[in-house]
Ligand binder design. Sequence first.
Ligand code: SF4
Length: 184
Amino acid sequence: MGIEEKLPAGFLLTSVEKLAGYMRKSSVWPATFGLACCAIEMMAVGGPDFDIARFGMERFSATPRQADLMIVAGRVSQKMAPVVRQVYDQMPEPKWVISMGVCASSGGMFNNYAIVQGVDHIIPVDVYLPGCPPRPEMLLNAIITLHEQIQNAPLGVNRENAARAAEAAALVATPTSQMKGLLA
Ligand code: SF4
């Protein structure tokens, strides 16, 4: 968006990418989005024992327009799904999503019509965090994983190329309906 599209390819772009990645990962502001029991563990990372302020993230934003990370903490009901999407749409680019806990990632033990069977049906997810509930240390680990992704995220033409490669890989991937495993 904007100046990013005008950046020239090559050495200069690589340097700008590194600098932008460092600045972005060091200033991620989460949106307040606790949906169920997982949210209690998410709140714990703000306390002195886990101290999310070390990453410059102590400011949980009550408005999506000043947030760039959505931590979906808890099961997503069908009724809440449009709200999740609306809050995500109101967040400015670039933005990231952590799906916290089995319920948010796959519906978990709530295999029924009332719960969305994975928040990635509604919004794109960058990091899936397993557990019921995941411990605060696990959330910190997911945040560090996300930082690595943000640090190495391409910009400009490089981002375009990465998106095309990801799309090509998705088109030749085995459809989920044809995957056979323990539950087949
Ligand atoms: S994963 Fe466990 S702790 Fe988290 S929302 Fe689901 S039931 Fe609650």
